[in-house]
Design a protein around this ligand. Sequence first.
Ligand code: NAD
Length: 324
Amino acid sequence: MAKKRILVCGAGGFIGSHFAKRLKKEGCWVRGVDLKYPEFSETEADDFVIGDLRDPYVCRSVVDTKFDEVYQLAADMGGAGYVFTGENDANIMHNSALINLNMLEACYRRNVKRIFYSSSACIYPKYNQEDPQNPNCAEESAYPAMPDSDYGWEKLFSEHLYLAFHRNYGMEVRIARYHNIFGPEGSWNDGREKAPAALCRKVAVAILNGEDYIEIWGDGKQTRSFLYIDECIEGTLRLMRSDWTGPVNIGSEEMVTIDQLAKMIMDIAGKKLKIKHVPGPQGVRGRKSDNRLIYNKLGWKPTQPLRVGLEKTYRWIEEQVKRK
Ligand code: NAD
């Protein structure tokens, strides 16, 4: 049987680089495209194009063959320090919207039948996420829309864009709303890192420098759920190869406060540190994945305890910190 030909957009980033590895393990032929090569390990893609997907000509040139599957993961994004300060909103909206507009058009022209789009839990309305112990992130709760960031608004716009190409042009589109994906080989100190990586770094740095505390943005009572990268990829592949479009949550239902996350990391590191709460960007008060729909449609949902993935992530970040 001929090898599946797959395009991964954003293959130089965290999720995209892990995706390329997984698809290679499955025996696919993989082309990656990104502004940069993966930072922490050699890409496993067969072909890697350095290109800017805001440029429609670049999009058309990377989609020069009829790919069996396209995974569109490229976006201008980051953690709270990048998306919730408001300072990067124009870039986030402009850059990511252009990437999606151009990639879809290029795939349509080339008759690519199946494309995955990585949306985000950030599309959910702020008014359903104000009680940290009881957030509502059921898929149908997305409307009336009121995301708390422009990053979320762009994701919502792009969900509609993909769904419109599905409706009008018959393209097979799959959409997942990712909830805080984490793991080794993601941003950890470049201003785009998310809570698990940032806290692993803070704990590892404090231990290395003999300090007895770490700082946390906000009161530490805000809640989130975090999904390990391998389960994110598993869920995405199952969705992509199903006959269902989505949008669907891909996330964990194990909700923790940010203080609990920090304490779990300290426990893994074997060191108890004090927590100093300081002002900083935080996002909504509470958020966790609601996995009823994915389980109902695909008979699958993530099950790995947070701690298992955190241990691997902490060890990797500890190594990076020691190397610096
Ligand atoms: P990432 O920042 O590590 O990867 C995104 C990649 O896109 C980067 O390598 C970046 O260089 C590339 N990119 C940006 N602009 C580009 C351009 N103009 N041309 C080509 N490449 C460009 O982020 P990630 O965590 O791997 O996220 C992947 C996708 O999943 C994104 O769409 C993101 O919004 C979505 N998502 C991620 C999370 C998460 O927790 N990581 C949560 C929700 C949604």
